[in-house]
Write a protein that binds this ligand. Structure first.
Ligand code: SF4
Length: 295
């Protein structure tokens, strides 16, 4: 894998994310070997295959140590999302152990962390995540609401065949659910983010209810559900890549998508409000929280 040298690795957001509650993002790798068709980080910078441009940030540990020490000294504790533009547990993590190194520093400086992954490898770090959960300093207004360590598993469909086409490098949805359940058995807060749900494919009432039921059956602490964004017009961007997939697999849906994504990268407002309502109903029917919470 390529090595790159970075000046900064911990990014401070302008404001806290309303869904994931993170105030910082942290990425150990550039590119991602899971190579999902809908990946929003796709862009001309990365080309069509984000696996081929993979790079490890070789000096990231020393940079992170410096940045965390600075933020801790100023008492600027906030949830760090690990990661936002790659999966922190791509197979290369087994050798490079960059995510592991990040977690050791996060523990040392007592920051809270949110892991976002599709991988089973997160189980390797269950013990250190438990330590972070016990020792992290959360912002005052989150202290009673969330744990110091949260693990969120991304799932777009429960259909194993479809998942293989959409997320060719990632472990199966079933493996993700089982890993989440194992972390819950170890007392960690872990849930699902069904983002993106794919319009007319995995957002039907039936599919959505099955996801909420799967969350419940695997003891999820929460489930988040949200729509698909389609960016860009360059061949490597997510929009043309996704339309290529639609043309090959669901040609009858292309015109529906064109109506839904007329101008903006996000679906039309009416669609989003309908989905939000459905999520609320289903979560309340099955007793699964639809926001990140202690559990
Ligand atoms: S796992 Fe996440 S970062 Fe990696 S390709 Fe898929 S959507 Fe992109």
């Amino acid at each position: 894998m390529r090595e790159i040298v970075v000046k900064s690795v911990l990014n401070k957001k302008k404001k806290r994310d309303s869904w994931f509650l993170d105030e910082y993002t942290l990425n150990p790798y550039e590119g991602c070997s899971f190579n999902c068709v809908y990946c929003y980080v796709r862009g001309s910078k990365y080309g069509t295959n984000i696996e081929e441009v993979l790079a490890v940030k070789s000096n990231a540990l020393e940079v992170l140590e410096r940045q965390l020490a600075f933020r801790a000294k100023k008492n600027q504790f906030g949830i760090i999302a690990l990661a936002s533009a790659t999966d922190p547990y791509i197979p290369q993590e087994e050798d490079h152990r960059m995510t592991r190194g990040f977690l050791e520093l996060i523990l040392k400086f007592r920051f809270p962390v949110l892991i976002i992954t599709k991988s089973t490898m997160v189980l390797r770090d269950a013990a250190i995540l438990q330590q972070i959960a016990n020792e992290a300093i959360l912002p005052e207004d989150l202290k009673e609401k969330v744990a110091g360590a949260v693990i969120s598993f991304s799932i777009s469909t429960l259909d194993e065949k479809l998942a293989k086409r959409l997320e060719p490098g990632a472990p199966s949805p079933k493996q993700r659910l089982q890993t989440m359940q194992s972390l819950r058995q170890k007392g960690l807060t872990a849930g699902l983010n069904c983002i993106p749900m794919l319009p007319f494919i995995s957002d039907t009432e039936n599919e959505m209810e099955n996801m909420v039921i799967a969350a419940k059956e695997h003891n999820a602490s929460y489930i988040l559900m949200g729509g698909l964004t389609l960016f860009g017009d360059n061949p490597g961007d997510s929009k043309p890549r996704y339309y290529k997939f639609l043309n090959e697999s669901y040609p009858h849906l292309v015109s529906e998508y064109k109506k839904l994504y007329r101008i903006f990268p996000m679906p039309r407002k009416e669609y989003t409000s309908q989905i939000d309502q459905k999520v609320k109903q289903l979560c309340s029917k099955h007793g699964v929280p639809n926001q990140i919470a202690h559990a």
